[in-house]
Design a protein around this ligand. Structure first.
Ligand code: NAG
Ligand code: NAG
Ligand code: NAG
Ligand code: NAG
Ligand code: NAG
Length: 318
């Protein structure tokens, strides 16, 4: 009897608790409709078939992909002529993996992205953003794989922060033409997944970081820095994954190092620097190298001219 009584009251308690949790969850908290409506109300013009009303149809909006439980996985608003600015705090989307909003005319501050814990790929390139708010990079997690901030020519000057070293899964980082200045931090020992680094057309100074030695970078583009990178490029001889290297228009110096360990190197553009010494002739017979440009340096002695068969363009040291 006592047992039955206990069971009954337990059952009642359970019912009450269930009812309470249904009420407290409300209509929208179990999906992303409120966040998507908030995002929609910040976008000008409203993308085709988006709505500022909280509605359950957001998974069918243009460029939106959801999982089976109606959580937004992907937002792709590439080249939709959007202008204005994004909300300073991006609405919470707990499952968002890919956010692609490049090739628009967005301005103002980049949004804080702390409410996007699973974000892996972020494309903000080719816009007119003006500021990177404090804490922007802290707000991104080690899940990040692709970060593209390139071609944001109106950004205020900024530097790559040391906390970048937490992006252990980052494979591609692009921030060309975005008013990046200061030196390249020596954090590449931590960025073991990075294969693609494109920071050209900025005002980076200082030398190539020693930890490039430990990286798996394939595509390295640091060409055309306003004042110019300095120091030697000796570290390249340890970068065994290199494929395309563009370092033209800097103030790099020293001799051209032995690149025989860079077995997959295809392009080496070193024009318009201050390289000295004798041109390393063994480079000509490097098996994979297709393009070498070394003109406009201070190389001494005989320099190769054009080797048509390998599409190599080599000019004298003038
Ligand atoms: C949005 O809500 C307003 C007011 O509730 C309503 O008038 C309007 O028709 C709704 N728009 C859409 C696209 O559902
Ligand atoms: C919105 O537009 C896309 C692409 O045109 C279409 O696939 C989708 O069904 C539309 N969704 C709604 C709710 O109309
Ligand atoms: C990096 O990716 C792996 C899976 O590829 C994952 O297990 C790990 O948690 C990720 N690292 C971070 C810091 O998120
Ligand atoms: C580039 O950065 C240096 C500081 O490292 C600064 O003195 C210089 O004015 C900058 N140049 C341009 C064109 O922004
Ligand atoms: C190349 O790597 C070796 C081993 O880590 C290191 O001792 C050496 O200093 C590196 N050389 C350059 C030029 O970075």
């Amino acid at each position: 009897m006592a047992f039955l009584k206990f069971s009954a009251s337990f059952f009642l308690l359970f019912l009450l608790f269930s009812l309470f949790s249904v009420i407290s969850r409300g209509d929208n908290d179990d999906d992303d409709s409120a966040s998507m409506a908030k995002l929609a109300s910040a976008l000008q013009p409203l993308p085709q078939n988006w709505s500022t009303n909280s509605s359950s149809s957001y998974c069918q909006w243009l460029g939106v992909k959801c999982d089976s439980s109606m959580h937004v996985l992907q937002i792709n608003l590439n080249a939709k002529n959007l202008y204005g600015s994004l909300p300073s705090e991006f609405p919470p989307l707990p499952s968002l993996h890919v956010h692609h909003i490049s090739m628009n005319k967005l301005t103002g501050s980049l949004p804080s992205l702390t409410k996007l814990p699973l974000l892996k790929k972020l494309y903000l390139n080719k816009n007119k953003f003006k500021t990177i708010p404090p804490g922007f990079f802290q707000g991104l997690t080690g899940n990040l794989q692709v970060l593209n901030l390139g071609d944001n020519p109106f950004l205020g000057t900024w530097m790559i922060p040391l906390e970048f070293s937490k992006f252990r899964n980052l494979t591609a980082f692009s921030a060309y033409s975005s008013n990046l200045e200061g030196s390249i931090p020596d954090i590449f020992g931590s960025l073991g997944a990075l294969t693609n680094l494109r920071l050209h057309l900025n005002n980076l100074t200082g030398s190539l970081p020693p930890s490039f030695s430990k990286s798996k970078i394939k595509y390295l583009n640091l060409r055309m820095q306003k004042v110019g990178l300095t120091g030697t490029i000796d570290v390249l001889s340890n970068m065994t994954c290199l494929s395309r290297v563009r370092l033209q228009y800097n103030r790099l110096t020293g001799s051209i190092p032995d690149l025989s360990n860079c077995e997959t190197l295809e392009t080496l553009d070193l024009q318009y620097n201050n390289f000295i010494g004798v041109f390393p002739w063994p480079l000509i017979s490097h098996p994979s190298l297709k393009v070498i440009s070394v003109n406009k340096n201070r190389l001494q002695g005989r320099c190769p001219s054009i080797t048509v068969t390998k599409y190599v363009s080599l000019f004298a040291n003038n």
